[in-house]
Design a protein around this ligand. Structure first.
Ligand code: FUB
Length: 310
């Protein structure tokens, strides 16, 4: 027991001394990082992929997965899915936006928003691909039936094994229970009440029995590339995964990018905030994923994340 305790302490000490490098992926443009720690002890990032030359988000057509065991060295597991592999997807491809991944009963479920028709904005579906591995072998199984054309899926599996599905857009965030097959909604989707200025990018984490729903807001303080926006990251708390929510304010100010989209996860004893910025390209639609440490106040509220570079 002593040896095990010492080994765990050493791993945590190593991680808390890790030199975070931002952006931490530089060989390609990446956005919308969804972070998960799986049973093999590694931290995995499911990200979307911005494509040069920048043309907004329409060219985003594939996903890569990255992982680490020390927050310093990142492995690129390569492409796990692209739009040509989506049988029900729009024939023009593209628009593979912010994804998420969940694990249940030996299977990894990869959730991705993708339009099913040429009128992309009105035809979003949330696709599901599955694999026995966290970073390879994903096959598209279909999509979640009965949803609105909204984006940015997030799947949270609670301590009792019940999975919840969240997504949003157009100022609305909705959520509901998932059946055990992780591909069907169990009952009704309900609007998440109490979120101030919700835009998109919902993410759930749980700490000390409290659920935290984080998201990007509609903050709009600049005009870059002819479009407006510079989203802040906000969060709300609840004693239930489906709310109602109490808005707690902003945990991250705008980056240099038009959008922001983040996830919050604990790894080896330290909480982290993942997000994206445009520091590598200086262009809104060529984004790069970043990570910084996240800290809580004694009352459970989140301290503002301080973005670092270099
Ligand atoms: O990356 C494409 C879209 O931009 C995402 O789905 C949104 O959350 C925003 O980051």
């Amino acid at each position: 027991i002593f040896i095990l305790f010492t080994t765990v302490c050493n791993a945590q000490k190593k991680i808390s001394n890790a030199k975070l490098r931002n952006p931490f992926i530089t060989q390609m443009y990446t956005a919308d990082p969804s972070a998960h720690v799986w049973a093999d002890g590694r931290l995995y990032i499911y990200a979307s992929h911005d494509i040069a030359p920048p043309q907004g988000c329409d060219l985003m057509d594939r996903y890569h997965v990255f992982s680490t065991d020390d927050m310093e060295n990142w492995k690129d597991h390569g492409e796990i899915l692209n739009s040509s592999q989506v049988p029900w997807g729009r024939k023009e491809g593209g628009f593979m936006w912010a994804p998420d991944c969940a694990y249940k009963n030996g299977t990894y479920y990869f959730y991705f928003p993708h339009p099913s028709g040429t009128e992309w904005n009105a035809t979003w579906k949330i696709g599901v691909a599955t694999s026995k591995n966290p970073a390879s072998g994903f096959e598209v199984k279909g999509y979640i039936d009965g949803l609105k054309p909204m984006i940015d899926p997030c799947v949270f599996v609670d301590d009792d094994g019940q999975a919840y599905f969240y997504y949003g857009g157009g100022g609305t965030c909705e959520a509901g229970k998932l059946k055990d097959n992780m591909m069907e909604i169990d009952g009704e989707m309900i609007k998440m009440e109490g979120l101030t200025d919700f835009h998109e990018a919902s993410w759930i984490h749980k700490k000390d029995g409290i659920y935290y729903l984080s998201y990007s807001d509609n903050h709009d303080d600049n005009m870059k590339d002819g479009v407006s926006g510079d989203n802040r990251m906000r969060y709300a708390t609840s004693k239930s995964p489906l709310g109602p929510w109490k808005s707690e304010g902003i945990y991250m100010d705008p980056t240099d990018s038009y959008t922001n989209h983040g996830s919050i996860v604990k790894y080896k004893g330290q909480w982290y905030s993942f997000y994206h910025n445009s520091s590598l390209s200086n262009h809104d639609w060529l984004r790069s994923i970043c990570v910084d440490k996240l800290y809580y106040n004694a009352d459970g509220t989140i301290k503002k994340v301080v973005p670092t570079t270099g």
